[in-house]
Design a protein around this ligand. Structure first.
Ligand code: 1GP
Length: 262
């Protein structure tokens, strides 16, 4: 893949109700490099627009091998972005990384601390960083991100509070906003929170966490997510047909008018 251009990439994510994107998250802690390669191949063949690689809890020591395997599977057809749980999950074999600030929390380590540790490495690796405001929304159970970061998620019903957090992130310079219910969440990010956030901000909106059905993926996109991320559910079987269903569910939402939920 040719040199990654952050601004061009972000510009392409502004869907304006058309061209919703389907991203697949691959967890290098839970799958071997060979499995990751296959997962990447299947995801790309069946409609994923971008692959994310990362884990909120990572204890292996072959991160580079995992990212290389994902790149091989992706075959240069889509970008491979890091979605790091901390400053150790960096690899020059990725195209870029989501430089996540956990703005729903008040833990300085995830607001700025990890970033300082990562910055010199990013420079050495010449790895483009995409400033991303990352917001945990209560997903009905304690997820790994919540325990690892020691932060409290935003209450699901406080949709104005969620939207204000997102807008503050935009004003701080975040190029993307990511509303996260947490991997394996019981409940997905509420549709009214997605709709209000999308109406409030001007940067592309990513939504993920606990999406297990094409209907839920479609609903998130229709409510206003520019990008829908699915990890866990597809990991269970790597069924190409299921990946395709999810891709179609997200992409088809683009052709409908955005629901007026708020
Ligand atoms: C988690 O938003 C992603 O960081 C995806 O969540 O694994 O529950 O699909 P799932």
């Amino acid at each position: 893949m040719k040199a990654f251009q952050v601004d061009q990439f972000v510009e392409g994510l502004h869907t304006n109700d058309s061209g919703k994107k389907f991203w697949v998250l691959l967890d290098p802690d839970r799958e071997e490099p060979e499995q990751l390669k296959y997962a990447a191949e299947v995801s790309v063949d069946e409609g994923a627009d971008t692959l994310l690689v990362g884990s909120s809890y990572y204890e292996r020591n072959d991160f580079d091998e995992s990212v290389k395997a994902v790149q091989e599977g992706a075959g240069g057809k889509v970008p491979v972005l890091l979605f790091p749980g901390n400053h150790q999950q960096l690899s020059e074999f990725a195209d870029a990384l989501l430089f996540l600030s956990l703005l729903s929390g008040r833990n300085p380590q995830y607001l700025i601390g990890e970033h300082i540790l990562a910055a010199p490495k990013l420079r050495r690796m010449d790895l483009p960083a995409i400033p991303t405001g990352y917001y945990l929304v209560d997903g009905g159970r304690v997820t790994s991100v919540q325990s690892v970061t020691g932060t409290t998620p935003l209450p699901r019903k406080k949709i104005e509070l969620i939207a204000s957090h997102a807008l503050a992130g935009q004003y701080l310079g975040m190029k993307l906003v990511y509303l996260e219910a947490g991997s394996g969440a019981k409940l997905t990010v509420p549709l009214d929170a997605i709709a209000l956030t999308q109406k409030t901000i001007d940067v592309p909106l990513i939504v993920g966490g606990g999406i297990r059905t094409p209907e839920a993926a479609h609903a998130a996109a229709k409510a206003g997510a520019d990008i829908v991320v699915i990890g866990n559910h597809l990991e269970k079987s790597r069924d190409p047909g299921r990946v395709r269903e999810m891709a179609v569910a997200v992409h088809s939402a683009a052709r409908e008018p955005v629901a007026k939920l708020v």
